[in-house]
Design a protein around this ligand. Structure first.
Ligand SMILES: Cc1cc2nc3c(=O)[nH]c(=O)nc-3n(C[C@H](O)[C@H](O)[C@H](O)COP(=O)(O)O)c2cc1C
Length: 358
């Protein structure tokens, strides 16, 4: 089933294979996408759907070094190189909107930008900066109601720019401990206003962002990525997690968004998302359901055959195998992945992995 087409009314895919979003930190000049990035994504265009690396809708969301943005005209022009390269080969591409929130260091932010989060609690751990090496995360400022309204508007504006740049849609990154999940997660969101304190309160920011994005570009061009039970960036489980995510999914289903992209990071050491819970989410959501995390060809085939998902996303195998689709179809060996070049600038470990027969 992996290699069969899939048609949603607004999106025809040539196979069920999604290239998962992966930060690669090659936007070296003012967080602007470039020809090297276009070459990288173009090499991987045989995926049914590409979801780009996390891309900030705001100067305040550029917490990591050299990640791309999507809030200026220069960003739009840079991303056009990428969407053109993918479309020229018949591929489809969504941009992942990732506001890093408190997962940031001020040295990575442009002048005037601020580290913002639901509450003023510092993210545990360290991150890389180009000028000061590894550093503890910077202290965030707790967002005011105005900050929240501004951030919601930034997502909607960025989604509009995404369409201008030629993207087929946007994925809201509500996983892995970035801004939206900082609001969702009860271990991090200690607000006592209407944006915290209960299931409805913690879901509110995510839903406001989703509604504003849907109003900007249409529900059939919006997906969302979720990682309940994830532990990355100080997240972790909490007693109401299942009821909360179910409530969120039910609201998103009513909004009619295109897809839910559910991440299970147990292959990377996080607790597994219980199979029964995944199934309840799939039933509650009426659109496309994408599963990601630790899949190989056989695992993907069996998940699709069992009806657990409509599409399967692969991340690390796509780094090392630009022609992952063709290799899996031919049951050919995969290139090994070099972790040391995940986030380093330049073509090494980025555009120089060989395709079969080259
Ligand atoms: C280098 C690297 C960068 C990543 N960056 C992102 C990102 O920007 N956004 C995101 O949602 N997930 C990101 N991920 C997580 C992947 O999308 C994926 O969920 C994870 O690697 C598990 O899938 P896999 O077992 O197929 O690699 C990243 C993973 C890797 C290895």
């Amino acid at each position: 089933m992996l290699f069969t087409t899939h048609s949603a009314p607004s999106l025809q895919l040539r196979n069920r294979i999604v290239m998962a979003p992966m930060t690669r930190s090659r936007a070296v000049d003012h967080n602007t996408p470039n020809a090297l990035m276009a070459e990288y994504y173009g090499q991987r265009a045989s995926a049914g759907l590409i979801v780009t690396e996390g891309t900030s809708p705001s100067p305040n969301g550029l917490g990591y070094a050299r990640i791309p943005g999507l809030f200026t005209e220069a960003h739009v022009q840079g991303w056009k190189l990428v969407t053109d390269a993918v479309h020229a080969k018949g591929g489809k591409i969504f941009v992942q909107l990732m506001h890093t929130g408190r997962v940031a260091h001020v040295a990575n932010l442009p002048a005037g930008a601020q580290v913002l989060a639901p509450t003023a609690e510092v993210c545990p751990g360290e991150m890389f900066t180009d000028t000061q090496g590894m550093q503890p995360h910077s202290a965030p400022r707790a967002m005011t109601a105005d900050d929240i309204a501004h951030a919601v508007a930034e997502y909607a504006r960025s989604a509009q720019l995404a369409i201008e740049a030629g993207f087929d849609g946007v994925e809201l990154h509500a996983a892995n401990g970035y801004l939206i999940e900082q609001f969702l997660n009860a271990n991090v969101n200690h607000r006592s206003d209407g944006y915290g304190g209960s299931i409805e309160g913690r879901n509110r920011f995510a839903l406001e962002v989703a509604r504003a994005t849907v109003a900007a570009i249409g529900a059939d061009r919006v997906g969302i990525r979720l990682s309940p039970y994830g532990v990355f960036n100080g997240m972790g489980g909490y007693p109401e997690v299942e009821a909360q995510v179910l409530a969120l999914i039910e609201e998103l289903a009513q909004l009619g968004i295109l897809y839910v992209h559910l991440l299970d990071h147990s292959a990377l050491g996080a607790p597994p998302v219980p199979a029964e819970f995944k199934f309840r989410l799939r039933v509650a959501f009426h659109g496309l359901f994408i599963l990601a995390g630790g899949f190989d060809r056989a695992g993907a085939e069996s998940a699709l055959t069992a009806g657990h998902a409509d599409l399967i996303a692969f991340a690390r195998p796509f780094i090392a195998n630009p022609d992952l689709v063709e290799r899996m179809q031919a049951k050919a060996a995969l290139n090994p992945v070099d972790m040391t070049t995940f986030y380093t600038p330049g073509p090494k470990g980025y555009t120089d992995y060989p395709a079969l027969g080259t």
